[in-house]
Design a protein around this ligand. Sequence first.
Ligand code: GLN
Length: 263
Amino acid sequence: MPYALTITHLYPDYLNLYGDTGNLIVLRRRCQWMGIDCTVKPLTMEEVAQSGQTDFYFMGGGQDMDQVAIVNDFHQLKHEAIQADTEAGVVFLGVCGGYQLMGNTFLMGNGEETQGLGIINVSTRAPSTDVKQRCIGNLVVEINSAVYAEMQTIYATPRKIPRTLVGFENHSGQTYLGNGVEPLAKTIAGFGNNATAEYEGARYKNVFGSYMHGSLLPKNPHFADYLIGLALRRKYADVNLTLPTLTDTEEFAAHEFVVQRYR
Ligand code: GLN
């Protein structure tokens, strides 16, 4: 029986900055190449989330006003189910504005505070509305050692994969990690979570937050495979489940070009 993966794309019509939808294209296409039956379902405003219906949530970035627009709907119609799922190990990937909303609070530059989902213990505050204080530019980071070690177990045949992730960031929000949360990576070039921490992204269980647009997964196919692998391992309750190796010659050459250019 071939494996099957259901991915829920949260608020695709609100949270879709800088090509974040490209992440879904990559997940779907890599699954197809690996013989995994992949379905992507949008879940947006006024629709109710039910736990146990998905293997993977994705939420992209958005401007402050888009985040504010969805937040009540999020709490009322989706929060409970998503929290139950992520506590049970369902994969959740949030990028930038999506990452900020996964956390506890987001204090915007205009002084308004938004309550996040609280599915990962991080909080975000923007220093002011002064555009000069934004974190903008290319980002090169080194994946944390626990994540990298686990990433290498995803493939049936051992393969050489980059230790780096590359992407593009543009955010005013400064994110701080709380207890029980590991940074996803250490910053080599760019900012990441905030202007001083030198760490990028966060991980709790199978919940991942990142500031990397670009899009993230096309530029980092090893991270895409890792998330697919984690989602399938949970779904089929098989910690030894592995994925076939795709030929990523061009993808890794492009990745390496960016690493060399910005490191
Ligand atoms: N509104 C957020 C910020 O500027 C997120 C922006 C984004 O998703 N790129 O901090």
